[in-house]
Design a binder for this molecule. Sequence first.
Ligand code: ADP
Ligand code: F6P
Length: 320
Amino acid sequence: MVRKIGVLTSGGDAPGMNAAIRSVTRIGLNNGIEVVGVYNGYRGLLESSFETLTRTDVSDILDRGGTKLGTARLPEFKEEEIQDQCIKNLKREGIEALVVVGGDGSYRGALALTKKGINCIGLPGTIDNDIPGTDFTIGFDTALNTCIENVDKLRDTSSSHHRCSIVEVMGNHCGDLALYTAISCGAEMVITPETGYDELEVIENLRYLSDAAKKNHAIVIISEKITDTDALAKKVSLSTNFSGRATVLGHIQRGGSPTPTDRMLASRMGEKAVDLLMEGIGGHCVGIIDNEITSMPIQEALERPKKSRKQLYRLFDRLV
Ligand code: ADP
Ligand code: F6P
């Protein structure tokens, strides 16, 4: 029976990470397990930045964005010697197993530690919704709400000014945040890694919307890392009857109080993680599939093909 576990958050922060930390801590303590917070992701393992968490240490964080434990990216963690040092530090502290909240990079780290003898469970924590093995990640719903709130505001001003608002959202090579925002906000166009990008086609489409369809404004939602959004907005002003304005939502998408959906998801996933560790299982990740909390080996999740969003893109096209 596991007696002492650690919990850490890694990679980009996401609203709901605190709810996950709270869940792991409370469920652990209620099962007689000591829970240690590891500060700043894998860096905290390397620097032995540990603190035993009490019930009250995780009070008043359920509704807070960010992560109480801090997060970090530690590229050196891919190296075996660094991992071995972390294993030594964990063993010295008596930490027998670990819950890692993060993205697929963090999952790979969790798998490496499991293979070296410390059972790890991965929880999907990222606004990008790009983690295999789950329908939704912790933080996605909150970020989506932030995007929607902002795009709704942009619609007011762009329709008053006969403008085309080009709104860049995050997603790190995954179009979900853009696609869900575009459908929820009634955008005129969505550009994501899945749709591909053809500048001429975008300009043609906007010309059509302005001249033939007589639209008095247009909202274009575009995923980050596709093109220079500012330059695209300038081209729209030059080549169509809309004046183009670019808005890059940026890191505000990562902040804010988690929605009830993210609080529920994080609380349920935290519970599952502790249950798995109590069963002696490691190297698994937790997901939500068809609203059921599930788990599968990290290796299997990482090998899964990317979720298809064909039906949602079709829906978007049929709604325009
Ligand atoms: P995310 O977890 O959000 O995908 P990253 O890809 O930045 O974010 O990964 C977070 C951290 O996980 C990295 O800084 C590194 O410490 C660790 N990590 C990433 N890839 C690997 C890997 N292949 N092996 C071991 N650890 C990794
Ligand atoms: O993975 C979360 C994310 O916010 C991505 O959407 C984005 O590409 C990246 O992290 C930004 O990273 P940073 O915080 O290092 O600027």
